[in-house]
Design a protein around this ligand. Structure first.
Ligand code: AGP
Length: 623
């Protein structure tokens, strides 16, 4: 969730740092800062002005003499974990002398004990962060006369927890030392300057988009590896000091794809990219014989055919996609399928063995809860695969297999196109499992795949009705409480509709399985309550309409997602969000779209920044 950037070269790197931080802004931040180095001296600028921090940081840097000429620098956008979001807690954090500067993502778990020891040894604390112990420990090591890389190596032996970090010091101008454990970090090397007389910049960042356009020579740092960056060179060693070849990253994303393309915000653009995200995710997946081409899966058909139980682990919208997949996998392949919120999974003693398939679902591939749940599963010898939108993400690298969603970069904090792409990828996987478990003949799989291929057109039809959804949303500008209800696969749609609304509109919105209504929530239904129901024609439609009647008779205003031409449903609604129909198990892909648009327009009409909702980060890399 915090962002890190670093660069060292033979000409000014200031713009690389500020531009890189701006490209990481989708990760969310409450403060930002840089340390720039020229002629050995370190110069630091930090601001804590919330979502204006980057803009303000640029002003401070632009106004400072010589800041634009620095040859080495590190920068950070911070999303608070320890201490308040103040300027004093913003990174880079320095040691007592101001000669060492550190940027850090993650959490140093033993920071309290280390701080107590450092303070009793005479160090003076200058922030409330866990990160600060790193700066003082490096300071202590440097005082013994070792190089910066050795000082960092020794420091990392003392700390527990997670980190991606970069360190510079006055004694070694031009050198950046970086390291990671759990939190991601990529390093890169730019081509030599024109004529070859100038060495290319050595670069580092917490995520690839920060470096796109700077170089295509990128490597992922693995856990407990340390990188030394100098102009024209990167050297990677293990914590034990052994030199290693870092793993090369394949970069196919381009920056243009991360621009808004005429939409007022990324979320609007990404909602409209959904038909494309679905068709790209399906591209070339079905072979002429009715079987599937899932190359990156890397788990053999034999192993998948032996699987006797499936677990899905995920968070937030990815969890909702997984919930849809549970219905599909159980229905099509008859494999018992459990789904867990990833942060609960590893603490509940799940029963797994080598015949269990654990599917992690994560657009970023970096969410710490999901990553740790998958690591737990591997310890039990389960087969682990991830549905991810990010090539070479930590989850992708640590799993037995991957199925990539091909939605392109998603910048809006609220997931939209990656959510739809996840459902589609999971359903392809469900069909594949059904075939391997001899529950579905190729002809049926072909038919269902054809229905999947029809989804982009149906989603486009819903998007073409955006104005109608906006009109409905505007009627609820003053509503503070919403209930979202659904049954069967309409239930995850209700959960996702509620999550979207609360994330970006800041109103209370709860999603329930409609059958649960009578077991408690109905006590809250009174005149003025607004109930949004997923009432498309799945096999539980009649029961769903029974629940609609219950809330209506208690005075609720009812908004229903209904299939085109379904007047029986429309008659029961105060407002209707129309959608075309499809196979019931695929319907969530279509039915959730008007709810995304509903949340989007309500939030915009309330004047909220839909791309950067308060308190939220795009990638959650701390537990
Ligand atoms: C969705 O709108 C959210 N912002 C959030 O719930 C998200 O889906 C969750 O944090 C999981 O992220 P991941 O898919 O990158 O693992």
């Amino acid at each position: 969730m915090c962002g890190i950037i670093g660069a060292t070269g033979q000409s000014a790197v200031t713009e690389i740092l500020l531009d890189g931080l701006a490209r990481l802004e989708y990760r969310g931040y409450d403060s930002a800062g840089v340390v720039l180095q020229s002629d050995g001296d370190l110069w630091r600028a930090r601001v804590a002005t919330g979502t204006r921090s980057l803009e303000d940081l640029r002003k401070v840097v632009d106004g400072a003499p010589h800041a634009g000429e620095a040859l080495t620098g590190i920068g950070h956008t911070r999303w608070v974990t320890h201490g308040h979001p103040t300027e004093g807690n913003a990174h880079p954090i320095m040691d007592c002398s101001g000669r060492v500067a550190v940027v850090h993502n993650g959490i140093i778990e033993n920071w309290r004990a280390l701080t107590a020891r450092l303070v009793s040894d005479g160090h003076v604390r200058n922030s409330d962060t866990d990160t600060e112990v790193l700066a003082h420990l490096v300071e202590e090591e440097l005082a013994t006369g070792v190089s910066l890389v050795e000082a960092v190596r020794a420091t990392l032996r003392e700390v527990n927890g997670t980190f991606a970090l970069a360190v510079v010091c006055e004694g070694e101008p031009g050198t950046i030392v970086a390291a990671r454990r759990v939190s991601p970090l990529v390093i890169g090397l730019a081509e030599a300057g024109a004529g070859g007389e100038e060495l290319g910049e050595a670069l580092l960042a917490s995520d690839i988009p920060a470096l796109i356009g700077r170089t295509r020579r990128l490597w992922a740092l693995e856990d407990d590896q340390i990188a030394e960056l100098r102009p024209g060179s990167v050297r990677v060693t293990t914590l034990a000091g052994k030199e290693v070849e870092p793993s090369v990253l394949n970069v196919s994303r381009d920056l243009e794809a991360a621009e808004k393309g005429g939409h007022p915000d990324f979320m609007g653009k990404e909602i409209h990219e959904q038909p494309r995200a679905i068709s790209d995710t399906l591209l070339d997946r079905l072979l002429p014989d009715g079987t599937f081409a899932l190359d990156e899966l890397r788990i053999s058909d034999e192993d998948l055919a032996r699987v006797d139980k499936v677990f899905i682990v995920a968070c937030g919208s990815s969890y909702h996609a997984g919930l849809v997949a549970k219905y599909a996998i159980e229905h099509w392949s008859r494999l018992p399928t459990e789904i867990d919120i990833a942060s609960e999974f590893r603490y509940r003693d799940p029963v797994l063995d080598e015949r269990t398939l654990v599917i992690g679902v994560s657009q970023s591939g970096e969410t710490i809860d999901t990553l740790q749940a998958m690591r737990e599963a591997r310890q039990w010898s389960a087969k682990v695969l991830v549905i991810s939108n990010v090539v070479d993400s930590s989850m992708a690298r640590e799993s037995d297999g991957v199925l990539y969603t091909r939605a392109g970069p998603e910048v809006g904090v609220a997931s939209t196109k990656t959510h739809l792409a996840q459902i589609v990828a999971l359903e392809v996987l469900a069909l594949h499992l059904a075939q391997l478990h001899r529950r579905m003949p190729p002809a049926d799989a072909r038919m269902l795949f054809a229905s999947l291929e029809g989804l982009p057109g149906l989603v486009k039809e819903v998007l073409d009705r955006e104005e109608q959804v906006e009109k409905v949303a505007r009627k609820f500008l003053d509503t503070r409480d919403f209930f979202f209800l659904g049954r069967h696969v309409g239930y995850p749609v209700a959960l996702e509709g509620a999550l979207k609304l609360k994330e970006i509109s800041y109103v209370r919105a709860e999603g329930y399985p409609a059958g649960e209504l009578k077991h408690g929530p109905i006590a809250l239904i009174e005149p003025g309550a607004v109930v949004v129901g997923v009432a498309t024609r799945t096999r539980l439609w009649e029961k769903m309409m029974g629940n609609v009647a219950e809330v209506k008779s208690r005075g609720a205003t009812v908004v229903l997602v209904a299939n085109d031409g379904d007047h029986d449903t429309a008659e029961q609604a105060d407002e209707v969000l129309w959608v075309p129909s499809t196979d019931p198990l695929l319907a969530p892909v279509v039915d959730v779209v008007p709810l995304q648009l509903f949340a989007y327009h309500l939030a915009r009409a309330r004047g909220h920044d839909v791309d950067r909702p308060r308190n939220l980060a795009k990638t959650v890399t701390v537990e």
